[in-house]
Write a protein that binds this ligand. Structure first.
Ligand code: B12
Ligand code: SF4
Ligand code: SF4
Length: 344
């Protein structure tokens, strides 16, 4: 097996070949973020995401998740953020892409397995974590590179925040020194936002009123992706044409002004109108959204969201489509249609 000094240049080279735009390695002490995380849970800002209340000990100390771990390898995978859709429906840009859990995991497996030229098993030294594992990814990433912005996203000073993150816990002691040099006049020690508040000002629902603390109870991304029941009326008017997720607090961030020219072979354009999504059949759902992160909302969540986005964007077909969907087999869809009709 390679020595620790050989691993760093090897992973750097191999990860850029795989299309990952940066690589950093850091130690595992995230106690400061742990305190912030528990404070966030205590104030109920996780809304209905009860899964975040599980395995808190592991989130606060990655060594409890992977005994023997001493370092975290951190990676960022860029995606296209101009995701405009010809028929006017809008979805968060990351979701118009083949499911990143699988894509990033496979890339990381390739890199690491090729580095272990002997028969040593990958699982002996590495634990790959992409999104669904109880790890505070942004906290680890911000120790290795970049910083956490007031919109709570991990921001890389060169590549912005339209990045999906991957973390690998490892028993090999590795560390890089990529932390950006922050200009003390515009940036504090902890973050690179300085006096900017654009994300806080532009968030339509006030979910970022407290900087660095997203209140999921007010976040459109939470309501349209994670919530399974009816969406409270106070959020309807803010949905614009979004039927999945929300990118506003990233779109307005100055760190995302740069133009990217990466290649996205797995990018999928969703050319359906809101009306088509609201009325789609099971087989259309599978062919349009199968294999993308949008399946997280399930067919009934996407239909519910599309109906509300039609209402929010004053689509002239809203009434007819709602009348059709009063008979939907999905309670949340018929319920949403009924509520909208009572408001028209
Ligand atoms: C639950 C979840 C959500 C929830 C809650 C989001 C949230 N901000 O907590 C919802 C559904 C709303 C959501 C939305 C989105 N998500 Co999400 N989500 C997650 C998940 C699974 C867990 C996040 C978590 O633990 N939240 C709890 C909070 C407290 O922790 P945190 O976000 O890390 O926040 C830290 C800071 O707030 C910091 N902090 C607190 N106070 C202070 C003060 C200062 C001064 C500083 C510096 C820091 C600081 O401490 C916290 C702990 O480290 C992660 C994957 C993972 N395992 O980490 C993906 C993840 C965060 N999501 C991701 C994405 C892409 C999104 C969306 C962009 C999708 C979309 N377009 O709709 C939005 C972005 C909304 C936003 N502004 O955050 C990416 C983020 C990539 C990035 N560049 O940051 C992740 C990392 C998935 C991945 N592997 O790529 N998400
Ligand atoms: S994702 Fe949208 S609703 Fe949520 S905090 Fe960002 S701007 Fe606000
Ligand atoms: S918009 Fe401004 S305040 Fe918000 S994350 Fe970006 S730099 Fe920070």
């Amino acid at each position: 097996m390679m020595t620790p000094t050989d691993w760093i240049p090897y992973i750097s080279k191999a990860s850029s070949k795989e299309g990952l735009v940066f690589f950093g390695a850091t130690q595992l002490d995230i106690s400061k973020d742990g305190v912030r995380f528990t404070k966030w849970l205590d104030s109920k800002k996780n809304a209905g995401m009860e899964f975040l209340e599980n395995h808190v000990d592991k989130r606060l100390d990655p060594r409890k998740l992977f005994p023997g771990a001493v370092s975290a390898l951190c990676f960022g995978f860029p995606y296209k953020h101009d995701c405009s859709q010809p028929l006017g429906s809008k979805a968060a840009a990351y979701a118009c892409f083949k499911d990143y859990h699988t894509v990033i995991k496979r890339k990381l497996q390739n890199i690491l397995q090729n580095g272990l030229s002997d028969q040593t098993s990958l699982d002996q030294h590495f634990k790959i974590c992409v999104d669904s594992v109880p790890v505070l990814e942004r906290a680890l990433l911000s120790k290795a590179d970049g910083f956490i912005g007031k919109n709570t996203c991990f921001i890389h000073t060169e590549h912005g925040s339209f990045l999906l993150l991957g973390v690998v816990l490892t028993s090999i002691d590795l560390q890089t020194n990529n932390k950006p040099k922050l200009d003390p006049d515009v940036r504090s020690d902890e973050g690179g936002c300085g006096s900017c508040k654009r994300c806080q000002i532009h968030c339509p629902t006030g979910a970022l009123d407290e900087a660095y603390q997203l209140d999921a109870r007010k976040c459109l991304s939470y309501w349209t992706i994670e919530h399974r029941g009816l969406i409270p009326k106070e959020f309807w008017e803010h949905m614009d044409k979004f039927y999945f997720g929300c990118d506003i607090c990233q779109d307005v961030c100055p760190y995302n002004r740069h133009k990217t020219d990466y290649e996205y072979k797995d990018h999928r354009k969703v050319d359906m109108s809101l009306k088509q999504i609201a009325l789609m059949s099971q087989s259309q759902y599978v062919s349009w959204f199968g294999g993308t992160p949008m399946t997280r909302a399930k067919i009934f969540g996407l239909k519910r969201n599309a109906l509300l986005a039609m209402y929010a964007s004053c689509d002239p077909d809203t009434k007819n489509v709602c009348e059709d969907l009063l008979k939907s087999d999905f309670e949340v869809v018929s319920g949403t249609a009924k509520e909208i009709l009572s408001c028209l």
